[in-house]
Design a protein around this ligand. Structure first.
Ligand SMILES: Cc1cc2nc3c(=O)[nH]c(=O)nc-3n(C[C@H](O)[C@H](O)[C@H](O)COP(=O)(O)OP(=O)(O)OC[C@H]3O[C@@H](n4cnc5c(N)ncnc54)[C@H](O)[C@@H]3O)c2cc1C
Length: 541
């Protein structure tokens, strides 16, 4: 708990106490119920332990300090030799250590590199969501590490050697060859200067040499470059191919990655995102030559759902801060939380977050079951881009609204909200930007199983307000409307399993029926529904 000096008593008059030393799990009813509804109820006690740790003042401080002290690139040493290393603040390393100890980087995989048994996705998502509430920059290497194992399955022999070290719960930040380390992190390099969406335009070249290939070229965005190995795309003789590029060559020498500079980013400042040149870098092939996009997409589907979970986490922290503040702050002799208009705004926001939580957890349940159930696999393929599109796009405006609920206090840097506000857009932009997600949904809907998912969602929400658009009326230009509606339909369908009926009806009436006002608080929610939503956000302390 942040201690306040005695002489601060007057200054603290009518200010809220810091929102810290909270249990980020048990105090979040929609999260608890969504985890239960998707098969994770047996993990409640462990998730509550995790929620208490990540809700502690100590971990909040780590998040702040890691962002106030962004990483530094050391391209050269004092004598002018290449160094190509990055120095992080100890707070960043501590966040990495904690997330890896909790398994967020790998707990959905088992020792044989196969998907761990359900509800591993749901339980990990709950942890990822809580972590994102406090610090998201370090989650970039965490999400890439866990997702990379999906693509490595295309090279089982190599995966068999590397995966056990990735599954380790030890964070090992030393700059040494991977085989000497007690734990590994993995990254990804696809985006080049001339195109991130259109990776077919990649010009990086791979030439077969000995047991692997030699890669030369550059990547324009290359995050977490202190990882131990990276999935990269490069043009091999047989076409665009996926490779694994270790930081050290098999002979123990440093591999040919030249870190040119770090991006000066709007947010996400604790994380290092570099521009890199590859100079005859050694790589192993992952999957067939020419199958690069198909292979790396196995990874990208997982990082995409993490974008949606992280955005929901940012929204959750913003809403919790707003409700907490309004519970203590009085204006015109009444707490803000008793003012009808403020209640309407906060409840309206809470309703959006109820939908987002229900949707991401449902997608995670589908990923949990995908290997044994084709319908669930199709649901996961269809709804991952839907969830990424809708939730990541919703987050910036949502966080702004929460900031305004705190008045001027929400706008100052000591508050967590400016950092979360700056962070929010990146989840929509990277790993496939908004329009690209809509194109992905259109592509998915051309498959029979995915189209069946759409039809069954329409049926399950048919009795509620708002019609699902007919699929044959959908084209590229109007795809965002379809994807938004699909997100809302799926949210309603899932809220039925995890939330009280009043919330299902309010969500359907105000969102699905397309009568949602343009701004929060702009439409009528029944007083009893407002009460219910606000109780579920945060119990009174
Ligand atoms: C902080 C940060 C870290 C990153 N880290 C990495 C990393 O580690 N590894 C990596 O490989 N990449 C990384 N990226 C890159 C990121 O994934 C790309 O920026 C993203 O995929 C978009 O590619 P682009 O920037 O080339 O934009 P473009 O591909 O030029 O797209 C620009 C816009 O056009 C839209 N668009 C594209 N095609 C269409 C279409 N057919 N119809 C309509 N609209 C379309 C897109 O939605 C987007 O809004 C990172 C980016 C950021 C911001």
């Amino acid at each position: 708990m942040t201690a306040r000096a005695h002489f601060d008593d007057y200054a603290a008059f009518n200010q809220s106490p810091p929102y810290e030393d909270v249990d980020l799990f048990s105090s979040d009813v929609p999260l608890v119920q969504a985890v239960q509804a998707n098969g994770g109820s047996g993990e409640s006690a462990a998730l509550s332990d995790f929620g208490q740790r990540w809700g502690s003042a100590e971990v909040f401080a780590l998040g702040r300090v890691a962002n106030e002290n962004p990483p530094k690139l050391h391209a050269f040493d004092a004598l002018g030799f290449r160094s190509d290393t990055i120095e992080f603040h100890p707070a960043y390393h501590q966040l990495m250590r904690e997330s890896i100890a909790a398994g967020i980087h790998a707990s959905t995989w088992n020792e044989s590199g196969k998907h761990a048994a359900p509800p591993s996705e749901v339980v990990r998502a709950a942890r990822f969501y809580m972590t994102a509430q406090v610090e998201t920059g370090h989650l970039c290497p965490i999400t890439m590490t866990r997702a990379a194992l999906a693509a490595l399955a295309a090279a089982p022999e190599l995966a068999g050697k590397i995966a056990p070290k990735v599954l380790s719960r030890t964070y090992d930040a030393d700059f040494r060859p991977w085989w000497e380390k007690s734990g590994l992190t993995l990254g990804m390099g696809m985006t080049e200067r001339q195109g991130g969406t259109d990776v077919r335009a990649n010009t990086t070249k791979a030439i077969p040499v000995g047991d692997g290939y030699s890669v030369s070229g550059e990547k324009w965005f290359f995050s977490a470059p202190m990882g131990d190995a990276f999935l990269v795309l490069a043009q091999a003789p047989g076409g665009l191919t996926c490779f694994l590029m270790p930081r050290f060559r098999p002979d123990g020498s440093v591999n040919g990655l030249r870190l040119q500079r770090l991006k000066d980013k709007l947010g996400n400042r604790s994380n290092a995102s570099s521009e890199v040149e590859f100079v005859d870098a050694f790589v192993w092939r992952i999957g067939d030559e020419g199958a690069g996009i198909r292979t790396i997409l196995q990874m990208v589907q997982l990082t995409r759902i993490d974008c949606a979970i992280a955005s929901a986490g940012l929204m959750r922290m913003a809403l919790a801060q707003a409700v907490h503040h309004c519970r203590y702050r009085k204006v015109f002799q009444k707490h803000l939380l008793e003012q009808p208009m403020m209640r309407a705004v906060l409840a309206d926001m809470a309703l959006d977050l109820e939908g987002a939580m229900a949707l991401v957890m449902r997608v995670c349940r589908a990923l949990d079951r995908a290997s044994s159930d084709p319908h669930e696999a199709a649901y996961g393929r269809l709804m991952t881009p839907v969830a990424k599109y809708w939730i990541c796009k919703s987050a910036p405006a949502f966080i702004f609204e929460a900031m305004e609920c705190l008045g001027g206090n929400g706008y100052v840097e000591e508050s967590i909200l400016p950092r979360h506000y700056r962070e929010a857009p990146v989840n929509a932009i990277w790993e496939g930007s908004g329009n690209v997600m809509c194109l992905d949904v259109l592509r998915a809907l051309r498959h029979e199983e995915e189209a069946t998912c759409y039809e069954s969602l329409s049926r399950s929400t048919a009795a509620l307000d708002g019609a699902a658009p007919a699929l044959d009326a959908v084209n590229e230009a109007n795809a965002p409307a379809l994807v938004g509606q699909l997100a809302l339909m799926a949210s309603v369908a899932e809220l039925k399993a995890s939330a009280p009926q009043a919330i299902v009806e309010a969500f359907a009436r105000t969102r699905l029926g397309l009568r949602h006002g343009p701004l929060y608080g702009a439409h009528d929610l029944e007083a009893s529904t407002v009460d219910l939503l606000l109780q579920r956000v945060l119990p009174a302390r």
